[in-house]
Design a protein around this ligand. Structure first.
Ligand code: SAM
Length: 302
């Protein structure tokens, strides 16, 4: 597997792989995420674990708390996890790359970029903000405000916002705080001031795969009322498991999610079903190549 190189009798040298494991973004995932596999996998007969508070992770770490509740109470592990998430994306095709998702065409990102203008994108559960940073690097002319939301301990880890990003603490099991209004008086005010439109896009990356369907519905139903019909879009950046021939990178992530949260990666049919239950219709699914995360775009039904 080329984990170490052999340079002579009893003599070894590091390889690119082992060197990579010394970098926090790669190393920190192992400490936390590999442990459930060494514990007891709770698979009874043909049933996968389904209880997010009683799966392999909880057995390995002797807890009855869902993964993110457990993590939120342990700053040292939270830091490891957030570092891991920064590394997880590296080297992969991203939806903001040229030729993946037609960002300008779909989001009309061509409004002036000052604080009087509407929010372009709210990154809900956005971690340390690596996606917004990547978006700014890959689209330096991007217009509209960018808002990062996560739990207080994660936002605290960032410290100071980089230029063009607004940091907010937000629990995604509560109503979305960047919201559009739906009454005529407010619409008129918005036309005059350019404010309070709600976001053009609410974005969830690697968030919904952390949760079972019931929890996902709570998260989605807290975003939907904030979305302005015909204007706001929901963007979900997740694996879409093909019905046959799924790539190893997706099936191994499915295993990891089972061990970590008693959850799973979803097929397109499962995504459409979940979003439909939350009052959303899928307006497109963009997949660059097998094995990379797709971008699912949805709008409110009404
Ligand atoms: C798997 S990470 C994904 C982070 C980021 N979107 C990314 O792709 O790197 C899930 C994120 O959800 C956040 N999270 C978990 N529970 C949350 C809650 N109740 N409200 C807001 N964010 C939460 C975590 O802190 C974490 O940053």
């Amino acid at each position: 597997m080329n984990i170490v190189g052999e340079t002579g009798a009893d003599e070894f040298s590091p390889t690119h792989f082992s060197n990579a494991l010394t970098i926090p973004t790669y190393r920190d995932g192992d400490q936390l995420l590999a442990r459930p596999f060494t514990g007891r996998l709770v698979i009874s007969k043909t049933q996968n674990p389904r209880n997010i508070a009683d799966g392999p992770f909880q057995h390995a770490h002797h807890t009855k708390e869902p993964f993110f509740v457990w993590l939120g109470e342990r700053p040292e592990h939270s830091e490891h996890f957030n570092n891991y998430m920064s590394g997880y994306r590296q080297g992969k095709r991203r939806w903001m790359d040229e030729g993946f998702y037609p960002l300008k065409e779909r989001l009309g990102a061509d409004t002036p970029n000052d604080d009087k203008n509407p929010v372009l994108l709210v990154d809900v559960g956005g971690g340390l903000g690596h996606d917004l940073e990547e978006l700014k690097v890959k689209h330096p002319g991007i217009r509209g405000r960018l808002v990062l939301q996560d739990q207080p301990e994660v936002i605290a880890q960032i410290g100071k916002a980089s230029d063009g990003t607004e940091l907010t603490t937000h629990d995604f099991f509560t109503p979305q705080s960047v919201k559009g209004s739906h009454q005529n008086w407010f619409e008129l005010r918005e036309k005059l001031t350019g404010r309070d439109l709600g976001a053009r896009a609410y974005y969830l990356h690697s968030v919904l795969h952390d949760w079972d369907d019931a929890s996902c519905l709570k998260i989605l139903r807290n975003v939907v009322p904030a979305m302005r019909p015909g204007y706001s879009k929901l963007l979900i950046n997740e694996n879409v498991v093909p019905d046959v021939g799924a790539a190893w990178s997706i099936t191994s992530m499915d295993w990891l999610m089972m061990a970590l949260g008693a959850v799973r990666e979803r097929t397109e049919k499962q995504w459409r079903g979940l979003l439909g239950q939350a009052g959303l219709k899928v307006t497109g699914v963009w997949t660059y190549e097998q094995g990379t995360e797709s971008l699912i775009e949805a709008e409110t039904e009404t």
